[in-house]
Design a protein around this ligand. Structure first.
Ligand SMILES: N[C@@H](CCC(=O)N[C@@H](CS)C(=O)NCC(=O)O)C(=O)O
Length: 368
């Protein structure tokens, strides 16, 4: 059985998006864990054998079971550690927190990877940091290991993820708009949705902590443009669950620009991905805020993300749906985007995640 006094083993990297997200959560909840710097061998072999997906982080529980995918991991841990929940009870707040998490996980991945791999200073530093940890047991010259990491990440997560001359500015400005949308709210309160940490903060830590706040180029921009976001990143990292402050019961009005942005970008892309998946297309094109992204990889994982958001949205009462539409600022846009008639991915119908033995990675094809 699960022994909650023994530490979890978290395999990941100190520069990894999703490892940073999970660690921020575990620290907040005071869940003991040992961090194990992941090797390339762990990534491929443990990934394939224990969870079916080569992705980080992977977690080994004290009872020997393995789990992957931070979204269901956090959901499952919330059911085991009920104190100091990070999920608001109020249904609209809960939906908005999940929506922000999904946007942070899936939409902000592209600008986070672009900022890391298109600028020489960031790419040099990060290829060194990643290859010296993941490749520590591989006897190949260090320069070759660095080159290989840089080439792999740039090819898969920049060039093959829609970064072109036509989209470059839009991708870079996605980050700038994120900072602008958060700076105001975070100058008036401690966390994104109120004075208590929620899933929205944990989700946003993925891109904002280990990428945007730490990679040299975006970190410089953040310090200059959004000092309250810098302070928030480290406030979340330092936060420990405490009694006394209540979870939000109302979505703050000043989150409207962020929610509008999520509607115009992430929901449009999720919708197009789900339609492509249903028609059996391996890639799809989508126009986002007037910019055309081409040949994006269709992802069953992201179709499942939409399926889950759609199910939670359906649970909202009429007033909550109307309020959400108002916050997103486009009449009828939200239900339209969330609704993909007949979407049934068949991914995890029994609700086994994060314990799936064949978890789906976000990108079905990643080439070495
Ligand atoms: N949905 C997963 C995504 C995990 C993920 O994609 N992690 C990245 C590293 S931060 C990864 O392993 N990418 C695959 C690769 O590099 O091949 C989660 O929330 O844990």
């Amino acid at each position: 059985m699960f022994d909650d006094a023994a530490p979890l083993k978290v395999y990941g990297l100190k520069v990894s998006y999703f490892t940073g997200k999970l660690e921020a959560y575990l620290r907040y909840k005071r869940i003991p864990y040992d961090f194990i710097p992941m090797t390339a061998h762990d990534f491929t072999h443990k990934g394939r054998l224990k969870t079916g997906a080569m992705q980080m982080p992977m977690v080994e529980l004290p009872d020997g079971r393995w789990i992957t995918d931070t979204t269901p991991i956090i959901e499952w841990l919330e059911s085991q550690y009920c104190e100091s929940s990070i999920l608001p009870d109020e249904p609209l707040c809960s939906f908005v927190a999940r929506l922000i998490e999904d946007y942070a996980d899936e939409w902000l991945w592209r600008p986070a990877m672009a900022y890391r791999w298109i600028h020489d200073q960031d790419a040099r530093l990060l290829s060194h940091q990643i290859s010296s940890v993941m490749g520590r047991n591989i006897s190949v010259p260090a320069a070759l290991k660095r080159w290989n990491v840089r080439r792999r990440q740039h090819k898969n997560f920049v060039l093959r993820d829609g970064f072109t001359e036509a989209t470059a500015e839009h991708i870079k400005n996605t980050y700038i708009r994120l900072l602008d949308n958060l700076e105001g709210p975070l100058s008036t309160r401690d966390f994104v949705m109120g004075d208590r940490l929620t899933l929205a903060d944990i989700g946003l830590m993925g891109p904002l902590f280990r990428h945007f706040a730490m990679d040299p180029t975006p970190a410089e921009i953040m310090r200059e443009r959004a000092p309250n976001v810098v302070a928030w990143v480290y406030r979340v990292w330092a936060a420990r669950s405490a009694k006394g402050v209540s979870l939000p019961r109302r979505v703050p009005d000043d989150l409207a620009p962020l929610l509008r942005e999520i509607g115009e970008t992430h929901l449009v892309a999720l919708n197009a991905n789900a339609r492509a998946w249903m028609s059996g297309h391996k890639t799809y094109d989508v126009e986002v805020q007037g910019v055309r992204y081409e040949r994006l990889q269709t992802s069953v994982y992201r179709a499942w993300c939409l399926e889950r958001l759609q199910a939670e949205y359906e649970e909202l009462c009429f007033e909550a749906k109307a309020m959400l539409d108002q916050l997103v600022g486009a009449d009828g846009l939200v239900p339209e985007l969330l609704k993909v008639e007949g979407l049934e991915t068949g991914y995890d119908p029994e609700g086994f995640a994060p314990f799936l033995s064949r978890a789906a990675p976000v990108f079905p094809v990643v080439r070495d």
